[in-house]
Write a protein that binds this ligand. Structure first.
Ligand code: SAH
Length: 230
């Protein structure tokens, strides 16, 4: 089994790269794919860059060139809802692209037109392993639910309320639903695990800088527990 692990930013893959026993490195589409053994498992770790296009390109390369059996995306996200705080974990069970809008034709917001599904469901087994992994990690709360993605850094209370009302989202970020769509198109199991770096409100950019280390530490802890259980 080979597991593809994607992080969007250097900060999100640093601890992984500090721990991987490297077999090989390859650069494609300006992304460095590092294969090796991480916490006992065969993995390919890659920093895809920020946003949906980077994440989509990266996911398809993992599938085509590395024949990965599943994909785990770890990283940080904006929390939605008063009970979710920086450092907390959200394991996605489904994802939607909140910036997809063909509502002029009567389509539901987030619906990718002419696609047979509305949301992209994470693999049940990977979600279960992630939930178990959360139980053995202390010092933060863990949630399971929907994550929404779009090519926007959300820093606006009204936008969060809209994301909550329209999509019942627990967190927002910029890559997960794109990874999910590519995995869906290729029938590949995947899960998205994010730790909260900010509350997507007017202070989000400040919190983001402040909480990124603790958020990354927590999402990496979950990933480590998961790999050890897989
Ligand atoms: N100029 C900043 C841009 C960060 S974009 C920088 O280079 O550091 C934010 C990243 O963190 C994205 O990868 C996204 O997935 C995630 N993220 C965290 N909080 C977010 C929020 N409130 N809205 C959208 N994405 C968020």
């Amino acid at each position: 089994m080979v597991i593809g692990i994607i992080g969007a930013m250097d900060e999100e893959v640093k601890i992984l790269l500090d721990n991987i026993i490297i077999d090989n490195k390859m650069i494609k589409a300006k992304m460095e794919f590092i294969s090796g053994t991480l916490w006992g498992k065969n993995v390919v770790v890659v920093r895809c860059g920020i946003g949906k296009v980077n994440a989509a390109v990266c996911t398809q390369i993992l599938i085509d060139d590395y024949k990965v059996d599943n994909i785990i995306n770890v990283g940080v996200a904006g929390g939605i809802g008063i009970e979710i705080n920086p450092g907390d974990i959200v394991v996605a069970d489904s994802l939607v692209q909140h910036d997809m809008d063909t509502s002029a034709f009567g389509d539901k917001l987030g619906q990718i037109p002419r696609l047979e599904v509305f949301d992209f469901k994470c693999d049940n087994k990977l979600v279960r392993i992630a939930k178990e992994a959360c139980k053995s990690s202390s010092g933060h709360k863990s949630f399971v639910g929907r994550i929404v993605s779009g090519d926007q850094f959300i820093a606006d209370v009204n936008k969060i309320k809209w994301l909550q009302g329209e999509f019942r989202a627990l967190a927002c970020e910029m890559e997960g639903a794109s990874i999910a769509q590519v995995a869906y198109l290729n029938s590949l199991p995947f899960v998205i695990i994010r730790s909260i770096s900010d509350n997507a409100n007017s202070g989000a950019h400040i919190d983001f800088e402040k909480f990124i280390p603790i958020a990354v530490e927590n999402s990496t802890k979950i990933l480590k527990n998961m790999l050890e259980a897989m």
